[in-house]
Design a binder for this molecule. Structure first.
Ligand SMILES: *Cc1c(COP(=O)(O)O)cnc(C)c1O
Length: 405
């Protein structure tokens, strides 16, 4: 056998979005007169804000003159951006994260996929269920997840932490102790958050058990409620057990321009005393040649006064859609959660329908597209995700159609 572990081709996540695309294409071909509204979108739709566009223009002009041209960027990121992030993101939260602990990348998908490389082959991982598929899939590719059970959709060597209505979509501390715990709050797909006190329990659990938490904070900018932590480093002791992943995609619309970062504290060591900060620096420097200068300048502009004002307006636009969808579903009698600190609304399918039955029902009867919850993991069955990334007009119209069903 010379091929890599190919088991991951069986993962349900491999089929999810292509199956949706196929079903929608078949429907529109059969019903060319019907206007389909897509509320399954996992991508931003608002254009980059003027402060960011100005920074891109300015940096592009710099590239045209020999004195200001930039070639390879530093592997770990330009100091101007690392310092801006430390000062504008982490200092206001009362944390002491420094520029040296921030590793600039091309996005949180890559970081959440690649971070497993600095852990041992026999590392036991724990994930929420339902979950952003990247965490499990990349560990499957690395060959540490055991065997796949096609009936349950579970891997034998993964600890699944169900997030259900019963626990408010907030996982319980696992009884079997993992080495590496993936947490994502505000959550994709459920839109759920946990309180600072609850996150502190995770940090204490990890420190007690010498586990590492990978905390995906891609939706941090959507937090609207007090008491919801913006960073895991707000918790005491997190410097000894946590890695945080951040992205410019959802807070500033960089899904197409690509920029993100990982925060790995200098104090973070594994049980043998090996520095994970040093391992990641080595890994990143070997396999990544730096995010583009122009885009790092664009990222810096997000934290200017205008950049902050303009990106907050975009988030407010999406969150207004979230409210329209949340309130619309509620008044149509659905059981709904999320949508308050995240652009995702998570609903229970009515009348015991499966996630896919509800997908077909909604497409045929309301011509609205969403994402079946079972595509994110077995505990997502009987649930459905709608997103706030569409237009206001479409969000309103979709709710009118759903209310009329
Ligand atoms: C969108 C998203 C990301 C960010 O991805 P980028 O690669 O930075 O665009 C990370 N984690 C989750 C859970 C996401 O939904």
């Amino acid at each position: 056998m010379i091929h890599a572990n190919g088991d991951y081709l069986k993962l349900p996540g491999s089929y999810l979005f292509s199956t949706i695309a196929k079903k929608v294409a078949a429907f529109t071909e059969a019903n060319p007169d019907k206007k389909v509204i897509r509320l399954g979108i996992g991508d931003v739709t608002q254009p980059l804000c003027p402060a960011v566009i100005d920074a891109i223009h300015k940096a592009t002009d710099e590239m045209a003159a020999a004195e200001t041209f930039h070639g390879y960027s530093p592997d770990l990121g330009y100091q101007f951006l690392r310092e801006t992030i430390a000062e504008k993101v982490f200092r206001p939260l009362g944390t002491d994260i420094t520029a040296e602990e921030i590793f600039i990348s091309d996005g949180a998908k890559s970081d959440s996929a690649n971070i497993q490389e600095i852990f041992a082959k026999d590392t036991k991982i724990a994930v929420c269920d339902p979950v952003y598929p990247v965490y499990v899939d990349t560990n499957v590719m690395a060959g540490r997840t055991g065997t796949y059970d096609e009936t349950t959709g579970l891997w034998s060597n993964v600890i699944y932490m169900p997030c259900t209505a019963a626990n408010g979509y907030s996982p319980e501390l696992p009884k079997e102790v993992p080495d590496l715990i993936y947490l994502c709050f505000p959550n994709n797909p459920t839109g759920a958050t946990i309180s600072k006190a609850e996150l502190q329990e995770w940090v204490d659990y990890a420190n007690k058990n010498k586990a590492v938490i990978v905390y995906d904070a891609a939706y941090e900018a959507y937090i609207s409620e007090a008491g919801v932590p913006h960073s895991i480093f707000e918790c005491e002791g997190a410097r000894d057990c946590a890695i945080e992943l951040r992205s410019f995609s959802k807070n500033a619309g960089f899904t197409g321009t690509r920029l993100g970062y990982a925060v790995i504290p200098k104090d973070l060591k594994d049980a043998d005393g090996v520095s994970l900060h040093a391992l990641w620096a080595r890994r990143h420097g070997t396999k990544f040649n730096g995010a583009p200068y122009i885009i790092q300048r664009a990222g810096e502009a997000v934290y200017s006064e205008e950049g902050q004002r303009q990106t907050r307006e975009q988030i407010a636009y999406y969150m207004n859609n979230a409210k329209v969808i949340y309130d619309g579903l509620k008044s149509a009698g659905y059981t709904v959660s999320g949508g308050v600190n995240a652009p995702y609304i998570w609903l229970k399918t009515p009348d015991g329908m499966t996630s896919w039955e509800f997908f077909d029902f909604l497409l045929e009867k309301a011509n609205v597209v969403g994402t079946p919850g079972s595509g994110f993991g077995p505990s997502g069955e009987g649930h459905f995700r709608l997103t706030a990334f569409g237009s206001y007009e479409n969000s309103v119209e979709a709710m009118e159609r759903i209310k009329a069903l």
